[in-house]
Write a protein that binds this ligand. Structure first.
Ligand code: KIV
Ligand code: ZN
Length: 399
C-alpha cells in the first residue's frame, strides 16, 4: 500500500525515508556542538548525500539554534528541513514555525513523554493532560506546515494501551509521521517489532501515516532495533552520521543504510542515499567535531576493510567476496587494505613486495625477508611499507 504524504507525495510501500538528526540529537552529545558555519557545511553535505529530512536543531533552545535552523531552511535545498519543539510548549512551536519558514519543504517535529516514569517524575502530569497536549500541540504545529511529526518520548517504555491512545490523538490532530523513540536504548529488536505491529493493528489511521523509528544505543542495539522496526512496517528511520548522539549515541546512518543495501534479499527497501559519499560525511563530521571514529567502526572505521590475518589475506587475494560483504568503493574507500602484521602470510607479503617494486626477488630472498618480517612483526603492531623497504634493502646488502 502506498501513502500520500504532504512533503513526498505518493510514497511507495517499500520506500524508506532517511531522517538525519546529526545536527540536533547528534549535537546533543557532550563536546560535539557545532557553530552555524559548521552546521551549514554539514547540512549541504547531507543534502548531497541524499537524506530526505534534516533535523536542523531545536529552535527554542537558544538563539544560536534558532539561527542555524533558519539559515539551513533558507539555504539548503533538497531535503525537508525540520525543527524540533516540545508538544506542550506554545513558544516552542511558534519558534520552530518561524525558523523553518524559508524552507522549500518544512516540518515541525513535536514530542512529549508518554511513559509512566517520565509523566510522573519529569513532566509531573496526568496521562489525560498529556493526551490533551498531544491534540493541541499537533494542531498548533499544523498552523505552520502540513508536514508534522509527533514523537512519544520514552515510547518503548510506554504502557501499550496508552501509547495507542496517544498515537490516535496525534494522527487525529494532523500528525503525518509518528515516531516511537527508544529514548534510553532499553528495547530489544523484538520489543520494537511488537510495538509497531501493535500500532498498525490497533490504531485507526496508523496505516495512512509514516511510522518512524528513533533508537538510542545504550545497549549497542540501536541499529538492530532500527532494522527490525523497518521489517515490522516502519518507513522512516532517524539516525546520525557516525552514530553520534546523547550518551551512547543514536543509530548510525551509514550502518543502517548499508544493512538495508547489502541485505536486499530479505529487506527489499529503497532509499535515496548516495552510499559512495558515506566515508566523506563521516570524515567531515570527525574533522568538524574533533572526534574520530573507532578503528573497528562498521563501514567508516579505519579497519572496516583492512585484513591482517594470513588466511584472510590469502582469501582476499583470490576473491574479495571471501571476506568482504560489500565493496570498499561502494561506501567511499578507494580499496581494501591488506595490513601486514604478525598474523599475515606469505601470499600477502609477496603481493606487498611486488607493489613496492620488489616483484623480481628470487624465492630464497622472499623466504629470508619473510622470516625477518615475522620477527619484526612480533615486536611491532603494524609493519609499514617503509619497514618492508628497509628490511628488503638490508637483506640484499647482506647477500
Ligand atoms: O530520544 C528521543 O526521545 C528524542 C526525541 C526528542 C525524539 O530525541
Ligand atoms: Zn533521541
Amino acid at each position: 500500500m502506498s501513502i500520500d504524504h504532504p512533503s513526498f507525495g505518493r510514497i511507495d510501500s517499500n520506500r524508506v525515508i532517511i531522517f538525519d538528526t546529526t545536527l540536533r540529537d547528534g549535537e546533543q552529545s557532550p563536546g560535539f556542538s557545532m557553530n552555524i558555519t559548521e552546521k551549514l557545511r554539514m547540512a549541504h553535505a547531507l543534502a548531497e548525500l541524499g537524506v530526505d529530512v534534516i533535523e536542523a536543531g531545536f529552535p527554542v533552545a537558544s538563539p544560536g539554534d534558532f539561527d542555524s535552523v533558519k539559515q539551513i531552511a533558507e539555504q539548503v535545498r533538497g531535503p525537508v528541513i525540520c525543527g524540533l519543539a516540545r508538544t506542550g510548549g506554545r513558544e516552542d512551536i511558534q519558534r520552530a514555525g518561524e525558523a523553518i519558514r524559508g524552507a522549500e519543504r518544512s516540518r515541525i517535529h513535536n514530542f512529549i513523554s508518554t511513559s509512566p516514569l517520565h509523566m510522573k517524575y519529569k513532566l509531573r502530569m496526568e496521562p489525560e493532560t498529556v493526551l490533551d497536549l498531544i491534540t493541541r500541540g499537533n494542531q498548533a504545529a499544523r498552523q505552520f506546515t502540513d508536514d508534522v511529526e509527533w514523537s512519544a518520548e520514552d515510547g518503548s517504555r510506554t504502557e501499550p494501551d496508552f501509547l495507542c491512545r496517544c498515537v490516535e490523538a496525534a494522527i487525529k490532530a494532523g500528525a503525518t509521521t509518528i515516531n516511537i523513540p527508544d529514548t534510553v536504548g532499553y528495547a530489544t529488536p523484538e520489543d520494537m517489532v511488537r510495538i509497531f505491529r501493535m500500532l498498525l493493528e490497533r490504531v485507526p489511521g496508523a496505516d495512512g501515516v509514516i511510522l518512524s523509528a528513533h533508537n538510542h544505543n545504550d545497549l549497542g542495539l540501536a541499529v538492530a532495533n532500527t532494522v527490525a522496526s523497518v521489517q515490522a512496517g516502519v518507513r522512516q528511520i532517524e539516525c546520525t552520521i557516525n552514530g553520534i548522539g546523547e550518551r551512547a549515541g543514536n543509530a548510525a546512518l551509514e550502518e543502517i543504510v548499508m544493512a538495508l543495501r547489502t541485505r536486499q534479499d530479505v529487506m527489499p527497501f529503497s532509499n535515496n542515499i548516495r552510499t559512495t559519499d558515506l566515508l566523506k560525511l563521516s570524515r567531515m563530521l570527525a574533522t568538524i567535531t574533533g572526534f574520530d571514529v573507532q578503528p573497528n567502526k562498521a563501514i567508516v572505521g579505519r579497519n572496516a576493510f583492512a585484513h591482517e590475518s594470513g588466511i584472510h589475506q590469502d582469501g582476499m587475494l583470490k576473491n574479495a567476496q571471501t571476506y568482504e560483504i560489500m565493496t570498499p568503493e561502494s561506501v567511499g574507500w578507494t580499496k581494501s587494505s591488506l595490513v601486514l602484521g604478525k598474523h599475515s602470510g606469505r601470499a600477502a607479503f609477496r603481493d606487498k613486495l611486488a607493489a613496492l617494486g620488489y616483484g623480481d626477488l628470487g624465492e630464497n630472498q622472499v623466504q629470508d625477508a619473510f622470516v625477518r618480517f615475522k620477527h619484526l612483526a612480533d615486536h611491532k603492531k603494524v609493519v609499514y611499507d617503509e619497514d618492508l623497504v628497509a628490511l628488503v634493502d638490508d637483506e640484499q646488502r647482506d647477500h
